[in-house]
Ligand binder design. Structure first.
Ligand SMILES: [Zn+2]
Length: 266
């Protein structure tokens, strides 16, 4: 089996996870900028985090033969402070030319607040100005449907953004069609406790097909599983999906989306 892990927060994982992922057939790991589990106190904290994502983590992954890529932003959970967000967004352009940077993400909404929306618009503008791919985090549980609609409206209202260059992550049964109908990509996050379980993800593929869809583990410092993608691939095999169909979903699809930036090379 070969697969791409398109969404994993490796800065919070141990090196053993890199070994296991490489053994399971992972060919590249991509890391969106995210909340650290606590609020950072200044833009300087983000500056160091962006250095970690673009310098230290690729070197750590390389020890296990894994190409490591990253996405940059201030995540929605810390976007309530608009002044801080503006300071962080101002730092990002100087990192965009680094060799492992794929685009702007994971941006989006957390509680669907007015300030989060303002910061989302700033990020979409940044991506448009610098011709970057976009990776979007959608809120959880009762906020998901409303948040997904708000996010799609913001992105569609900026005519500089091509839908096929945007992936909306953490889709669930009630949001996947909404996303695919816009021409954007949809990400299914496989999580042991919340978000989407492997059987639910496979059900969605069986209903909505496997075009413009990828799967990821989104492993971070919380309860999560860095091997969720290969485990789901095995589950698909048990259900009778062909090797070719599985390869498309876990390898070819992410390669197709990510290859829209010349910096993604494996
Ligand atoms: Zn994430």
């Amino acid at each position: 089996m070969r697969y791409i892990e398109p969404h994993a927060h490796m800065v919070s994982r141990v090196t053993d996870d890199y070994v296991k992922m490489a053994l399971a057939g992972c060919k590249a790991v991509c890391e969106p900028a995210f909340w650290a589990g606590f609020d950072r106190s200044s833009a300087d904290g983000f500056y160091d985090y962006f250095r970690q994502l673009t310098e230290h983590e690729p070197a750590r992954a390389a020890k296990f033969g894994l190409p490591h890529f990253s996405w940059l932003c201030i995540n929605p959970k810390e976007s309530e402070n608009v002044k801080l967000a503006e300071e962080v967004i101002a730092l990002i352009p100087k990192f965009l030319d680094r060799p492992n940077v794929l685009g702007i993400g994971e941006i989006g909404l957390n509680k669907n607040s007015r300030n989060e929306l303002k910061v989302l618009e700033l990020h979409v503008d940044l991506a448009a100005k610098h011709d970057q791919l976009i990776l979007v985090h959608t809120p959880h549980l009762e906020d998901k449907l409303k948040g997904t609609r708000l996010i799609l409206d913001v992105i569609r209202s900026d005519k500089r953004i091509k839908p096929e260059r945007v992936i909306i992550d953490h889709v669930e049964e009630h949001t996947v069609k909404l996303v695919l109908d816009t021409g954007m990509w949809a990400g299914m996050t496989l999580y042991p406790e919340s978000k989407c379980s492997p059987p639910r993800a496979i059900d969605m593929v069986e209903v909505y097909g496997n075009e413009r869809i990828w799967m990821n583990c989104a492993c971070d410092w919380g309860v999560s599983d860095p091997l969720a993608v290969p485990k789901t691939a095995l589950e698909m095999k048990k259900r009778g999906h062909s090797e070719a169909a599985i390869d498309k979903l876990v390898f070819q699809n992410p390669v197709k989306f990510l290859s829209q930036t010349p910096r993604f090379r494996i």
